[in-house]
Design a protein around this ligand. Structure first.
Ligand code: FHN
Length: 452
């Protein structure tokens, strides 16, 4: 594990234990981070997304079976009955944290409430919750405690759409009829208040909330996002917020795709004009124009556990996706959907451990880096920090690697995985690096260029 990770984790562990978890951090803790709020996130680069709830018993996606029912799939009544049998007796929060650590994932985001409205925490404002199941215990509390003990930043996914609350929609109808929500109804303000009360529970009961991952779907302005942000930051100033409650907030969240250009402020990632995208594709923005962003992605095709989904991405695809994201300055939030018994399936574990093994040798080229100075060369990606440029090679060149456009003066070059020094020469902005015949890594090999 790179020195950077050890030191940072030590800082976090001290900061968190000194704050007498699970109570809120002591005075000054959050404020100390508040003025440098995104620093830990920019350094962490790689996180674990967790989609988990009673729906995992039915091998269906979270919430969508009642919002957009498909013939032959589970009925709304059967979906709503799932909590009655939910009993993940093998759930061990430390196992989730340990797997994230083995994968090299430096933060976690957990579904506290998905669109179906079921709460994986013991909310005082609803009976539709984990403590009213055969399992009976607060999952969020256990995960928060385990994360606090490990110094693992924990974020809360929270869905503003809520199919269960009568203020969000007329619940005498099937969700399929009004899942967008009905802000025109007089009951709507009661839902906004419910949402604020639950966010208050999440931000005052479970220790530091690294971030709130809203998932507002469409017409997000109806949630009064600016007011929600203000309330969040009154309780925890350091908590980051994503872009899915109708306000830009701290970072953008392309889902299941990696932007082809480095995101910049004012340019939307999705639906970008192809011409604009092409023009932006290989440009390297000024740091002040960069827009913080995070791609979230599944390992197979489903967010929730699905025993029938065997389309697992290969470890090479996942490692290269992490490199692709990091090379454009983004974070990579890779998802697991735990089984109904509380364990994470072996196919996910195997891939996550493989990514972790790669990061153990090459993590310095990902953690605490930003987008590299060279973009748009097939089979080659770059990341950078203040002292180095990291060249990621997807395909191993035969004798030498020729990189145009590196303006910084290169002081040394080495293979990151094994430290092997490399000879090179640099003329008119072109860098030519002599390479051994065999690639050090079958997935992505990294050359570290010291530039300062
Ligand atoms: O509808 C959800 C979906 O179930 C999943 O939670 C993803 C994760 O980002 N977000 C929404 C789809 O955009």
């Amino acid at each position: 594990m790179s020195a950077y990770i050890r030191d940072r984790r030590e800082f976090l562990r001290l900061a968190l234990t000194a704050s007498c978890l699970p109570l809120l951090p002591g005075p000054g803790w959050a404020e100390a981070l508040a003025d440098d709020r995104t620093s830990w996130y920019r350094k962490a680069k790689f996180g674990m997304f967790i989609h988990w709830g009673p729906y995992s018993q039915a091998s269906v996606e979270a919430s969508w079976p009642i919002m957009r029912p498909k013939p032959g799939e589970i009925t709304e009544a059967a979906y709503r009955a799932l909590p009655q049998t939910f009993n993940p007796v093998k759930f061990d929060p430390h196992a989730f944290v340990d797997l994230a650590r083995l994968a090299g994932q430096e933060y976690m985001v957990f579904t506290t409430k998905h669109h179906d409205g079921f709460c994986m925490f013991d909310s005082a404002y609803t009976d539709y919750k984990i403590t009213n199941t055969p399992y009976g215990r607060d999952i969020v509390a256990q995960l928060a405690k385990a994360c606090g003990e490990d110094g693992m930043p924990l974020g809360f996914y929270y869905s503003p759409p809520d199919m269960h609350h009568p203020g969000f929609r007329d619940t005498t109808k099937l969700a399929a009829e009004n899942w967008h929500g009905e802000p025109q109804r007089p009951e709507w303000p009661t839902y906004l208040q419910y949402m604020q009360l639950q966010l208050t529970e999440l931000l005052t009961r479970y220790g530091p909330a690294a971030l709130i991952w809203f998932d507002g779907l469409n017409d997000q302005k109806k949630y009064n996002g600016a007011q929600v942000l203000e309330m969040i930051h009154e309780m925890q100033p350091a908590t980051l917020v994503n872009d899915r409650i109708g306000v830009d907030a701290d970072y953008e969240t392309p889902e299941q795709f990696i932007p082809t250009a480095i995101p910049t402020k004012g340019i939307q990632l999705t639906g970008i004009d192809p011409e604009v995208s092409k023009r932006l594709k290989n440009t390297v923005p000024r740091p002040e124009d960069f827009r913080l962003w995070e791609t979230c992605m599944t390992i197979n095709n489903t967010w929730a556990y699905n025993k029938n989904d065997h389309e697992f991405k290969s470890e090479q695809t996942l490692i290269r996706s992490l490199v692709e994201v990091a090379s454009r300055g983004g974070n990579f939030l890779l998802n697991v959907g735990p089984q109904p018994d509380g364990q994470i399936q072996p196919e996910f574990q195997q891939r996550l451990r493989a990514i972790g093994d790669w990061l153990t040798l090459n993590g310095d080229s990902i953690y605490d880096t930003t987008y590299g100075p060279i973009q748009g060369i097939a089979g080659l990606r770059t990341t950078a920090n203040d002292k180095s440029i990291y060249v990621h090679l997807f395909d191993w060149p035969t004798a030498a690697c020729e990189i145009p456009g590196i303006e910084a003066r290169v002081l040394s070059a080495r293979l990151l995985a094994n430290g092997m020094p490399l000879t090179f020469h640099q003329t008119e902005g072109k860098l030519i690096i002599d390479l051994p015949s065999k690639a050090p890594d079958p997935n992505v090999s990294v050359i570290a260029l010291k530039t300062y």
